[in-house]
Ligand binder design. Structure first.
Ligand SMILES: NC(=O)C1=CN([C@@H]2O[C@H](COP(=O)(O)OP(=O)(O)OC[C@H]3O[C@@H](n4cnc5c(N)ncnc54)[C@H](OP(=O)(O)O)[C@@H]3O)[C@@H](O)[C@H]2O)C=CC1
Ligand SMILES: O=C1O[C@H](CO)[C@@H](O)[C@@H]1O
Length: 339
């Protein structure tokens, strides 16, 4: 059970392997125009009480996080064991997650990460260094090493991650990201020794995916929500109810968007290049059950997914939502799947 504290940074969630994860994490996708600014974002967040950082080989921000951590450790602000750090293996590195991890650890300046995730349940055609990260044909479509909809090669990546957990001290836990129910049904029976502790997915009041959430939770997989305000432009914060609740509880709309997850025993990752915003998104308003349900209902009535369009990263996972994909994502069914 989540303890309902006044500070979101103090809440911890129990993982199925006996470890815990701080519910609120700082996202570290870097701003295109100033990736190095992630260093100050991390320093600001840690000084503000964040203890969970979410990154990925793919983001290109790990070396800046490494610089921030060195400074924080050297100054005695925090110790390594006070922090929970997640990184991920990108699909173009699917064939060698240990090499991806080693690159991440080197850039982060760390001996281990607390959580190592498979970023997507697909395989992209990258070389021995995972390059290019988004291999494309002349027509702009992605080059896969296996059928993205029905292939099973992506499971080999997880088996290699299990070996890393088994045979090295480089990771404390392993998990998955962007797995749908369809993929989980194919994948879970193939797990050899270590069940994924987390499934990191896009989740917010406009995208409830309750069937996926229930599926994971009933199997002891903690949900960690990304894009809690819908990413750039924060479209989720346009929901009138979020703003009404922010006024009622005298917090920021972002804190309502975070509380929506934390009070439901889920993790949540927020990101901001605005250092003053980082400082104003850490309180935990105690929304009532009825208010949480009303927020959930927003997306049941009018679902929207934001991470299926190729903004910024140049990837259009057009197959991602299968036959439910539509450029007018607002008309998709409430409980559509990711892959
Ligand atoms: N596993 C996966 O596939 C994925 C994982 N992630 C992880 O989750 C993290 C969070 O997701 P992300 O989509 O980045 O996060 P958010 O939903 O928190 O979106 C952050 C964006 O919203 C803007 N924003 C936030 N609050 C406001 C506000 N009040 N008014 C205006 N703009 C606002 C920020 O701008 P500003 O910087 O100006 O504050 C920033 O551009 C990522 O950084 C990453 O670590 C994300 C996507 C996919
Ligand atoms: O983690 C990730 O971030 C990008 C952009 O949102 C997305 O494609 C990837 O899964």
């Amino acid at each position: 059970m989540t303890e309902q504290l006044d500070s979101a940074t103090s809440v911890k969630l129990q993982l199925s392997n006996g470890k815990t994860i701080p519910a609120l994490g700082l996202g570290t996708i870097p701003p295109d125009d100033n990736p190095g600014s992630v260093k100050d974002q991390v320093i600001t967040a840690i000084k503000e009480g964040y203890r969970h950082l979410d990154t990925a080989w793919y983001y290109g921000s790990e070396k800046y996080i490494g610089e921030a951590l060195k400074e924080l450790f050297d100054e005695g602000v925090v110790k390594r064991e006070d922090l929970f750090i997640t990184t991920k293996v990108w699909p173009s590195f699917w064939h060698n997650p240990e090499k991806s991890l080693n690159t991440s650890l080197k850039d982060l300046g760390l001996d281990y990460v607390d959580l190592f995730l498979q970023h997507w349940p697909i395989t992209l055609h990258g070389d021995e260094n995972g390059q290019p990260a988004t291999p494309k044909k002349d027509d702009g479509s992605l080059i896969y090493d296996d059928d993205p909809a029905n292939g099973t090669k992506y499971i080999e990546t997880y088996h290699k991650m299990e070996d890393i957990l088994d045979k090295t001290d480089k990771v404390k836990s392993i998990g998955i990201s962007n797995y749908s129910i369809k993929k989980l049904e194919q994948f879970l029976p193939e797990v050899r020794k270590y069940k994924p502790v987390v499934n990191q997915i896009e989740l917010h009041p406009q995208l409830p995916q309750q069937d996926l959430v229930d599926y994971c939770e009933s199997r002891g997989i903690v949900i960690v929500a990304y894009s809690p305000v819908g990413g750039p432009g924060a479209p989720v914060l346009e929901i009138p109810l979020i703003n009404e609740l922010a006024k009622k509880y005298m917090v920021t709309p972002n804190e309502i968007a975070e509380a929506y997850h934390i009070l439901n025993n889920r993790g949540v990752l927020s990101r901001s290049a605005n250092l003053s915003r980082i400082k104003t998104i850490t309180r935990l308003p105690k929304l009532s059950k009825e208010e949480l349900k009303a927020l959930y209902q927003v997306g049941v009535d009018n679902p929207k997914r934001y991470n299926c369009v190729p903004y910024g990263f140049g990837i259009g996972f057009r197959w991602w939502t299968g036959d439910l994909y539509s450029t007018d994502i607002g008309v998709m069914k409430p409980h559509f799947e990711t892959v």
